[in-house]
Design a protein around this ligand. Structure first.
Ligand SMILES: Cc1ncc(COP(=O)(O)O)c(C=O)c1O
Length: 275
């Protein structure tokens, strides 16, 4: 089911700038028990993205109303919200009179196996690099060609997620997730001021760690440090947190800090394992 500008339709104007230029933003939100999870955090990032791109922020109350009606009664699902600058303009220049487009769609919940949480997942290094652009770093804009290229470097049986580097060879994130390592009982996640998406689950994990008196650092992270780390895990709003078991030829041991984070995120219903 899909809502476009409040109407139950599944077709968008071919002149939409989201299609022509990727001129817009999106949010991928977990739905449990008929409710979108972490709504206000998703809205805060969307609003930050609108500010960065100069798209007038959509009316959050109206968006929430539409989202609630779409996900009502869904025990689990994935709500995708796309906001584009709207329709119009053959060239890049933004026409003076333009109205943002809002598209909301409810997708099935991906039932990842419980073993992803219990034994951990397999990562591989991607060849495709992320480009540097501080003006677009952090926000969830629609231009995702780097992720599309990276994700198509491997088949689903070979690995569960890929690690992406910046042009200098620094580790930034996964193709669909943020990445953390544990080094001397400290939680470290890459700096996202030059590229990468500032994940909602990353924010939650950093916050949770601080509450548990686990020291956290946001730093430049080399591949060598990633490979020497005591543990590694990836996060996003749908998976919650996946511990990493294997990265190419490196095997990570189970780690008590990672186990404690999984336990707390499960208690907070931010991890939903397949039943
Ligand atoms: C490239 C990338 N980085 C990070 C994330 C994590 O973001 P969030 O925690 O907000 O889901 C995602 C999620 O889709 C992503 O696609």
């Amino acid at each position: 089911m899909m809502l476009i500008n409040g109407e139950v339709v599944d077709q968008l104007a071919a002149t939409d700038r989201g299609l022509h230029y990727g001129d817009g933003l999106f949010e991928t939100i977990a739905v449990t028990d008929g409710q979108p999870r972490l709504w206000s955090q998703h809205m805060a990032r969307l609003s930050e993205g609108c500010r960065a791109l100069g798209i007038p922020m959509v009316d959050c109350e109206r968006l929430q109303h539409e989202a609630t009606s779409l996900v009502k009664g869904a025990p689990r699902g994935v709500l995708k919200i796309i906001i584009t600058r709207g329709s119009g303009g053959r060239g890049y220049r933004v026409p003076e009179c333009i109205q943002a487009t809002r598209l909301l769609a409810l997708h099935p919940w991906p039932d990842y196996p419980a073993s992803h949480y219990e034994q951990g997942v397999t990562l591989r290094m991607c060849k495709t690099r992320l480009g540097i652009n501080p003006a677009l770093a952090g926000i969830k804009h629609l231009n995702r060609l780097e992720q599309v290229l990276a994700r198509n470097e491997w088949g689903s049986r070979e690995a569960d997620e890929g690690v992406m580097l910046d042009p200098h060879g620094n580790v930034i994130e996964g193709t669909m997730s943020n990445l953390f390592i544990i080094e001397e009982e400290r939680l470290i996640t890459p700096n996202l001021t030059q590229c990468g998406i500032n994940g909602i689950m990353r924010e939650n994990v950093l916050h949770l760690a601080a509450q548990h008196q686990i020291s956290t650092r946001i730093e430049t992270l080399s591949v060598e440090r990633l490979k020497m780390a005591s543990a590694c895990f990836v996060t996003n709003s749908i998976i919650g947190l996946w511990p990493v078991r294997q990265l190419d030829d490196i095997t990570y041991q189970q780690n008590k800090i990672v186990q404690a984070l999984i336990q707390t995120l499960s208690e907070q219903h931010l991890i939903t394992m397949a039943s």
